[in-house]
Unconditional design. Sequence first.
Length: 231
Amino acid sequence: MQRIRRYFIAGLLVWLPLVATYVVLSFSIRLIDRSLLLLPPSLRPENLIGFQIPGLGVILTLVLVLLTGLIVANFFGRKLVSAWESLLSRIPLVRTVYGAVKQVTASLFSDASQSFREVVLVEYPRRGLWMLAFVTGDTPKKFQQVVGQDLINIYVPTTPNPTSGFYIMVPPSEVRRLSVPVEVGLKMILSAGVVNPLDDPVEAKKLAAELERKSAKLAAKKEREKHESTS
């Protein structure tokens, strides 16, 4: 009976990730494909070529994003985007939503950003309970002046959905910094601690190499900034 149970669990470990991946991808593709319904009926692909192509909405969306990036990467495109953003900034509600989304998007996709720059442990929501969290940046100076001490921004994600969580401001002395990549923290949060990459020798070796690479990159960046400040 114990052997059957072990085989069953081994099978689940193979099939559950596959099924979950299929469900998420299938849902995403269907959702993006529905964007084609925004086109007039006469311009929809199934009416033009006589049959429906699954995933065509995804392909067209990727092409649209790439073309947009190609346009805005040159001087004329940047001027066009600047004029468009200037127009949006005059609309009260729109400028708030657009500005917030743009800042979050830029912080997530920019290499120079400080978003999720390191993994830490923080006592939350009470003393004695430690949670994995991510340092997202320095707290605005005005907030630090009100409190009367240095503060850093911390994002405390929830399990198993790290996209929801809590934004807190804490003194640097109240966090315990961990020398592990952000990916390790995310894996542990997503799996509720079941997956521990640090216990896998192969994975640990990869993590050590990744940390060494990031440390060298950070040192080079600091050296470059020091050189620019003195020149």
